[in-house]
Design a binder for this molecule. Structure first.
Ligand SMILES: Cc1cc2nc3c(=O)[nH]c(=O)nc-3n(C[C@H](O)[C@H](O)[C@H](O)COP(=O)(O)OP(=O)(O)OC[C@H]3O[C@@H](n4cnc5c(N)ncnc54)[C@H](O)[C@@H]3O)c2cc1C
Length: 427
């Protein structure tokens, strides 16, 4: 069987050592079989194992092979659509439950890092940078909204204040969230995988689920083995393909690209981001960046369709980086890679159950580092019979993509064009 390796990213090059995890061969029995070892799968596994379940994960490639090992590393709170949209969609009572949980994912990440001693360069502090006065007004409204749900640690910044934390002339202000922050995302996933194994969970790598037999006792088939389980959790997100057609029909994989500079001098790094906060701007097709543990600038941007080879990625993302930081014009790019996140039409995550015993969470539409950790916890609660918080997510409406799978790519390209125009014209 083909061995699928990590993409050639900065994260793969600086990953902490991890054990070889052989593929599944033969039959095993378990309480819960989880398909996919990204944050959703790993977080669910930890929640279940901490509560006495027997857990088996099957991963098509390697731990953190998907978005969880390739992302910008930004701990961004709340969801890709904000709580006011949720209020309008599901009413105040449901919105209250979801609003209360909007900052929980970041706390779960920090608890896991502390409990399992995960070395992943955790830094506190995340900035939302406003490119226009309209963005700044939106941030003011967002601050008030989040404060209504008890999240009060936010600081609005004017043009002079944001210049103290980001050495760029691109912004008219911003908002600082000290409960945001950043991590080395692959090392977080690898540390969580080690936590799973320390609790007795088993992870099989290079073991794609190729078929799921549904029914009272579901069975997950891989090329050379099968897992008989009481429950299955689908956590394949944008890399799931068509394994579960119901899930494919209502979501769309999208690519976003990241570049990483050579290590910067201490002096240059300290002038760019003196407090070492991470930054994302407020455009729909947003730029996001931060310093790595060894003082490189990791810069991701937009949603670009079809750009796959590293030279192409550098050509697209480097100009965005130089717009924010012209002072980096002579700096070399050491790494460039792409990864997929899963977009839903509402931009809210899709959580639910197929039949009695197959659970899923997918489609956090770009902001998934915190949400996936929360998702793991609420999936764990649901399997233990406490479904109130699970139901709050499950009751959010799910929409199919118009025209189904065939039309998804043109639709997404059209959407990207529309939103980039919206960003450029500021409407
Ligand atoms: C380039 C990039 C930058 C991003 N930056 C940020 C950021 O800075 N902050 C933020 O909050 N969010 C960010 N995101 C989003 C965030 O990374 C994702 O939302 C999150 O990691 C999704 O986690 P997941 O576990 O659901 O999916 P993934 O991490 O994609 O994991 C899914 C796993 O399932 C496996 N799999 C799929 N199908 C099968 C199968 N049939 N059998 C077995 N295994 C299977 C895959 O191999 C994969 O390992 C970014 C995403 C990308 C791509």
């Amino acid at each position: 069987m083909a061995h699928t390796a990590y993409p050639q990213s900065y994260y793969a090059a600086s990953a902490n050592p991890a054990p070889e995890r052989p593929p599944l061969a033969g039959e095993v029995e378990t309480d819960v079989c989880i398909v996919g070892a990204g944050y959703t799968g790993l977080s669910t596994a930890i929640s279940l194992l901490e509560n006495g379940f027997k857990v088996t994960l099957v991963e098509a490639a390697k731990v953190g092979f998907g978005a969880s090992g390739r992302n910008g590393g930004q701990i961004v709170n709340s969801y890709s659509r904000d709580i006011d949209v949720i209020e309008r969609s599901v009413g105040a009572q449901q919105a209250k439950l979801l609003g209360d949980m909007a900052f929980e994912g970041g706390r779960i990440i920090r608890e896991r890092i502390a409990t399992y001693n995960i070395q992943c360069d955790l830094k506190d502090g995340g900035v939302f940078a406003a490119n226009t006065s309209k963005h700044l007004k939106h941030l003011e409204a967002q601050k008030k909204l989040w404060e209504r749900y008890g999240h009060t640690q936010l600081e609005l910044m004017d043009a002079a204040r944001i210049r103290e934390v980001v050495a760029s002339d691109s912004y008219v202000g911003g908002m600082l969230d000290m409960s945001g922050g950043h991590i080395h995302p692959l090392n977080l996933a690898l540390g969580e995988a080690a936590a799973v194994e320390s609790l007795g969970g088993v992870i099989y790598e290079q073991s794609p689920a190729v078929r799921i037999e549904r029914g009272a006792n579901p069975v997950v088939h891989t090329p050379n083995g099968r897992v008989k389980a009481k429950f299955v959790v689908i956590a394949g997100n944008a890399y799931l393909g068509n394994l579960v057609p119901e899930l494919a029909a209502k979501s769309m994989p999208c690519g976003t690209q990241v570049i990483t500079t050579e290590p910067l001098s201490e002096a240059l790094a300290n002038t760019l981001l003196p407090q070492d906060y991470c930054v994302e701007d407020c455009n729909y097709l947003l730029d996001y960046y931060r310093l790595s543990g060894d003082k490189r600038l990791i810069f991701g941007g937009g949603v670009v369709y079809g750009a796959r080879d590293p030279a192409n990625i550098e050509a697209i993302i480097r100009p965005k980086m130089l717009r924010a930081f012209p002072q980096l014009k002579d700096v070399k790019i050491d790494y460039a890679w792409t990864g997929n996140f899963l977009l839903t039409l509402s931009r809210l995550p899709q959580v639910g159950r197929l039949g009695d015993n197959i659970y899923y969470s997918q489609g956090c539409s770009g902001h998934g580092v915190t949400y996936t950790h929360l998702a793991g916890k609420i999936l764990g609660e649901a399997l233990r019979g406490q479904a109130e918080r699970f139901d709050a997510f499950a009751n959010l409406p799910h929409y199919p993509f118009p025209g189904g799978r065939l039309l998804q790519v043109p639709f997404s390209a059209m959407g990207a064009w529309y939103y980039s125009l919206r960003d450029k014209l500021g409407f």
